[in-house]
Design a protein around this ligand. Structure first.
Ligand SMILES: Nc1ncnc2c1ncn2[C@@H]1O[C@H](COP(=O)(O)OP(=O)(O)OP(=O)(O)O)[C@@H](O)[C@H]1O
Ligand SMILES: [Mg+2]
Length: 285
């Protein structure tokens, strides 16, 4: 649905300063129907890439193409919903009035906007606050009303730049559930984050950037399975204390025997699966 082909973006400020290569020969795909996480540390080039996708800034080299979204630019962009990294909300408007304002900007009829609010607000769990002024909203509520505005015109592809940033763990969990539900209702979702575990939880696929370069793109399960080490984790109780040890797979039986002889009660024996976070810290180093 969205394809980056060897995209490079160089920012040149003036003659004296070194140009910044924000995105470096980046190629990846976002397939229809998927949830794709765009990971990378601060300054990795995520926002710049998303701005290039949205045509807010031009790439220096390479191109972005879309499949199944339309024949020309205006048709393509009418099928994309975008939530920027730092969206601006009019504080004195209510959530509902803000949705109407955003809908009108894309020539939507009042009745259609209302239908869409009715369709999505309960799913985004923001219905209760629609008639309150936005200045009273928490960060999580702002992200939800922002997310709602990306869905108003019924786009096929939703691009969210750091939708979970600044939201507490409970709010993040709720937003992740919402992202999942919106995907289940047929929308393709591409969102950036620098928190690996958030992406691991909700995404089918991950694209990992470092200094503007692609480090990895692929299925979350695949990268975890590829990085499983032959290590077993044994959890046990000994003298009323719950403990765990890691051992090479080859010496697992011997270690278990030793523990049982000492009188330990074995709770679990499982393969030591790395988290995506462990893997990317290794890949990135
Ligand atoms: N307009 C600009 N002019 C010059 N340099 C820029 C400009 N925009 C971004 N950069 C630089 O490009 C690099 C990538 O920035 P970008 O905002 O894309 O990163 P990011 O991955 O979104 O980071 P964050 O997680 O902090 O949002 C950074 O080094 C940044 O300083
Ligand atoms: Mg950014």
């Amino acid at each position: 649905m969205l394809k980056f082909s060897s995209v490079t973006k160089v920012f040149k400020s003036d003659f004296l300063k070194k140009p910044v290569v924000a995105v470096d020969d980046l190629s990846f795909n976002v397939d229809e129907g998927s949830i794709v996480g765009f990971l990378g540390a601060n300054g990795a080039g995520k926002t710049t890439s998303l701005k290039i996708a949205m045509d807010f800034t031009r790439s220096t080299k390479g191109e972005v193409s879309f499949e199944g979204l339309g024949k020309n630019k205006s048709e393509i962009f009418s099928n994309i919903g975008f939530l920027p990294e730092r969206p601006y909300f009019y504080p004195h408007l209510t959530g509902r009035a803000f949705c109407h304002y955003m809908g009108k900007l894309v020539d939507m009829k009042k009745s259609k906007i209302e239908d869409q609010i009715e369709r999505w607000a309960p799913k985004l769990r923001i219905e209760f606050a629609l008639d309150r002024e936005i200045k009273t909203y928490s960060k999580g509520m702002l992200q939800r009303i922002g997310f709602l505005t990306t869905l108003l015109h019924d786009p096929k592809l939703i691009i969210l730049d750091e939708p979970l940033s600044g939201v507490d763990p409970i709010g993040r969990k709720e937003l992740k559930d919402i992202i999942y539900e919106v995907n289940q209702l047929g929308k393709t979702i591409f969102f950036s984050s620098h928190i690996v575990s958030d992406v691991e939880e909700v995404c089918d696929k991950v694209i990992f950037l470092k200094n503007g370069k692609l480090v990895y793109q692929g299925r979350v399960d695949d990268i975890i399975n590829k990085n499983i080490r032959p290590v077993t984790k044994i959890r046990y109780v000994l003298n009323n204390e719950t403990l765990s040890i890691k051992t090479e797979d080859s010496s697992k039986t011997m270690r278990l025997k030793e523990l049982i002889e000492k009188g330990a009660d074995i709770i679990s024996v499982e393969q030591d699966k790395p988290t995506l976070e462990n893997i990317f810290y290794n890949v990135g180093s």
